[in-house]
Design a protein around this ligand. Sequence first.
Ligand SMILES: [Zn+2]
Length: 677
Amino acid sequence: MAYQLTSALNITIIKNLYILKEPVKKVLGKHRKVCKRNNKKRIVEVEDTFYYIPILLSLQQQLSSPRLLLMIMTAEAQLHQGNNAIFTDFCDGTLFKKHPMFSSDEKALQLLLYYDDINVCNPLTNKPHKLCLFYYQLANIVPIYRSKLRSIKLFAVCSYKTFKRYKEKAMQEILEPLVSDVQLLGRDDGYTFTTSLGQVKLRGAVLAFLADTPASHASAGFKEGVGGTRRKCRHCMATFDSMQEYFEEELFELRDKDTHEEHLCSIENAPSQYLRQYFSKEYGINQRSVLCKLPYFDITKQLPQDIMHIFLEGILEYEIKLCLNYLIKDQQVITLDKLNYEIKHFPLGYTDEKNRPILIKESDLDMKSSSNLGQTASRMWLLSQMLPFGLENCINVLCPQWNSFMTLQEIMSIVFCSEISQVSILYLKSTVKRYLSNFKATYNHMNIIPKQHYLVHLPTQMLNFGPLIRCWCMRFEGKHAYFKDLAKKIRNFKNLPYSLATRNQQMESANFIQIGDNQPDMHPWSKEDIRFGNYTVLRGDHAVDAESYISRFYDIHLDFHVQSIFQCNQIEIYGTKYKPGLNNFLLFSLDDAGFPLFGCLKKIWFIEDNGCYFVMEVFNTINFNENLNAFKIEAQELASGYEIASHSQLKDHHVYHSYRRSNERFVVTRANVLACE
Ligand SMILES: [Zn+2]
């Protein structure tokens, strides 16, 4: 499908499109409070409100960008499709392929919704203000732009105090206006947007609702605190006892759209309050969620488990705590002080230093504490990678406790992949079964917690949604920092939801304003893709040499009268900072055996219109060390000359750092690069 936008680009963008309306105030109810006026106490009625940013207007604003419009009209995010056995994005998943709208209309808007609470501190009073934030994102945007915070949009904000006052009702009412708007998008003739191509009718539906377990359960009408309820899972009818016994998805009675409807009817039509409560408890359902009204939405499938909350703020803490208690208290092979020394002095590269785990306190190891060992999700992830190196000298790698921890790492390395094959998904299924059975055998006095049970559903979720990293909450949580920062700048905490929503709208509009007709299309999320450090222009022989090097790998012919090669000491692309250095590695290719090939980054060259080229010294990948969960690498004895890779050619965009063990060097990859083989 070829859409000629060249002439359309020259159309003056209608300024009105950029000016968003104020956020809409919605009233949840009223409450009375005592107020002091003129030294007299009075009882006044106060409105309890939240603010909604109409999603159709927000979409209209986004669609005024020709770049985004082109991306949607040409279904750019789906262009990679071809190999049915490899999953790289939502569109490869079964849910998408069988979805009545997405499977038949490649232009349909695919909405990802997200909800979470944040704490914002008033710097003047130190008083915390808790807020509920609701975001959305278009999955039509290609993944590399989806990882940019500017592609995530606010659609509702409410103070937590108000939210708690109305509990379930609040959640349902906050989602109600969004659901109504999405119903308009879901109609057969779609909704008309004004774009640079003229009036365009687009349909749309919600692809997934993303949140942590309590928030997912609250929004979908399931019982919120899974610890105390009979049914622990929104995908199946698992109880505490069945969770301890069965480790395969097939052994559970799965929920689906029809059974869910039957459960709701039993609760709603129960002849007495007693029976209503009985059914509600029996099915683990509180009420019919407003999300059930979304077009083509299956509440039992489209609220996937979030891998950040399951692993980085859940199972890892549980597993590491049990393992450390065993090593420190039972076996006494290491002390907590020694472990903390290792954590403090572990040689980390520049990309990991900001996530260095904080020291673990004695109280964190208490099985009753839920401090996530004092770590954030990113620190926890890094801690799990460092532990095999830090503990290697004092553990018996064959002991079942260590084996359990390493099997969990293996599961994570598959689950966190951005590309995955069907074969790897099947392997994941057997690994989950092995992990849970071994866990129960090793720690027979401990329970399988709900987050561990959710593992049995991950292979099916990967088949449904593609790689789960595409729908993880980590990116959305990154957006919170923006709102925390905005609150500090505004310094108006009187009605924080209103101030934040309004200021956010103003900033969104300002981002889109372009002056003149011939400006290049700069959608907010395509701005600042590249940031340069210091650079020099290569001249004379240096420039000729560089060109000849690059031309061995890429077909380039430069005219040095008009083009220059810049050599950069640092470059940041899509948020990843690349710096040449002895311990900075890039994964540029896979060898014949499927092993990753790493190159030590020596130089960075940039050519305008051609992009960025990394100049690397290739290291040999010797083997995969299962005890360290890392690849052993070695410098080549006979230097084979530099390897050159463009940014887009890299297998992934991380910068890796090697860890030394005596004279050997190892690189840990978070995701299993073999999972797509
Ligand atoms: Zn389940």
